[in-house]
Design a protein around this ligand. Structure first.
Ligand SMILES: [Ca+2]
Ligand SMILES: [Ca+2]
Length: 188
């Protein structure tokens, strides 16, 4: 009986020391961790220096049949994300600037311009790399044209668009105009 009492006393001591035990400990802590999303921001410029989200880029005047004109502008990645896809979409609105006497004889629609039926986007050149387009502005209106260019953050590209009024264009598009809206869409 005495033997058993000693054993249980030892067990009780062990249990007590378990509650009060003390070892070295250590902890590492990391606070303030965040996950945010990047910014995709495309901008345009006339001179490649100052970039804007909205900007009129060019005005072409006194174009004659048989002539072509090239306009130049710049597109920049102002965000923090690589741009893997860049497209241009033209929206074309035709108008009559006025009805010249020669035009009146062949144009029966004084409210509606005819220039976009003839005016042709020959090519787009991006950083010296030319893509042939060869479509009239009316047929291009609303279609996205993919540019052969990727842009890393802070990179910009020079874009040239060459327009031509074919020599076959007749008097119906004398003193006509097109208003072009160019939308630049960028994607990852
Ligand atoms: Ca007309
Ligand atoms: Ca006309």
């Amino acid at each position: 009986m005495k033997h058993l009492a000693i054993v249980s006393a030892i067990l009780a001591m062990l249990a007590l020391s378990g509650v009060a035990r003390s070892y070295f400990t250590d902890t590492a802590l990391s606070e303030g961790n965040t996950i945010t999303t990047g910014e995709l921001d495309v901008a345009i410029s006339k001179d490649g220096k100052r970039f804007y989200n909205e900007l009129k880029l060019f005005e072409v005047e006194n174009l004659l049949p048989g002539e072509n004109r090239t306009v130049t502008f710049y597109v920049k990645n102002r965000g923090t994300v690589d741009m893997g896809r860049l497209t241009l979409t033209l929206n074309v609105r035709n108008y009559e600037v006025k009805m010249s006497p020669a035009e009146k004889e062949v144009d029966s629609t004084p409210e509606e311009g005819e220039l976009g039926k003839w005016l042709t986007l020959r090519a787009i050149t991006v950083n010296g790399r030319k893509i042939k387009v060869n479509e009239t502005l009316n047929s291009l209106s609303g279609k996205a044209i993919t540019l052969p260019q990727m842009l890393k953050p802070d990179e910009s590209a020079q874009v040239e668009m060459t327009f031509e009024l074919p020599k076959e264009a007749g008097n119906e598009c004398q003193t006509d105009g097109v208003k072009l809206t160019i939308r630049v869409d960028a994607g990852q």
